[in-house]
Design a protein around this ligand. Sequence first.
Ligand SMILES: [Zn+2]
Ligand SMILES: [Zn+2]
Length: 265
Amino acid sequence: MSDDIHEVYAVRYASHARMRSENYIFGDPHDEMTSIAYYVWVIKGPHGIFVCDTGFDQTEAKARGRKIIKPVGEGLKALGIEPDHVNHVVITHMHWDHSGNYDLFPNARYHVQDTEMAYATGRCMCHPMLRLPFGENDVVAMVKKVFAYRVDFHDGVEELAPGITVHKIGGHSKGLQCVRVKTQRGYVVVASDCCHLYSHIDEGRVFPITYSVGDTLEGYKTLLKLATSRNHIAPGHDPEVMNLFPAAKAGLEGWAVRLDVESKG
Ligand SMILES: [Zn+2]
Ligand SMILES: [Zn+2]
């Protein structure tokens, strides 16, 4: 097997019901309930185990009124991965639902964009509106990892291993990055919140929590360039991912799917 081909999984750990209009700037004409999913992503291959984002834990779920279906650690174990064997954690951005569970991966190196760390610890956090999606404990935990020499900073595009690159997109969060992975079916892009739902990228719409609308919209173009097709993009919160892709293995339907094999869509 070539040394730059990887397996990629999406692991769902929580979901949340909300009005459809809450997902878009300018709202939505369909005033109905919908749900969003919460994921972490796993990249497995010849260069070790990479986890993209770390989700949130029970304490944060309670504080923010969310419901965990299966804790992140359990999802990884269902894929045969012990959290303390994870080599690398890519934090796409430091929002509370992507950077919690900060003690779950004691042996991993963390990968963050320079801009995201500066944003999450700088003057923008003096504005309640911009600070809302950040958790103080998550940010402090990341600063502690910096002082423990466990963080690799990136600026723009960088290769983490053959076939795995991070790309700064910004928009939703100032230093938000996506991860592009070479797989047997082409380039899969873990978009995380560069695109919350497929409808955002398909219809050019924008999620309300946004540092820059312009960078968000330009980011969609970058995602489409980086991925082999639109169906190679894994959005941050679209429940459809669980239906579009096959279960990672029997029994994990609705919990973990494989993104590196052909989608059903
Ligand atoms: Zn976010
Ligand atoms: Zn998110």
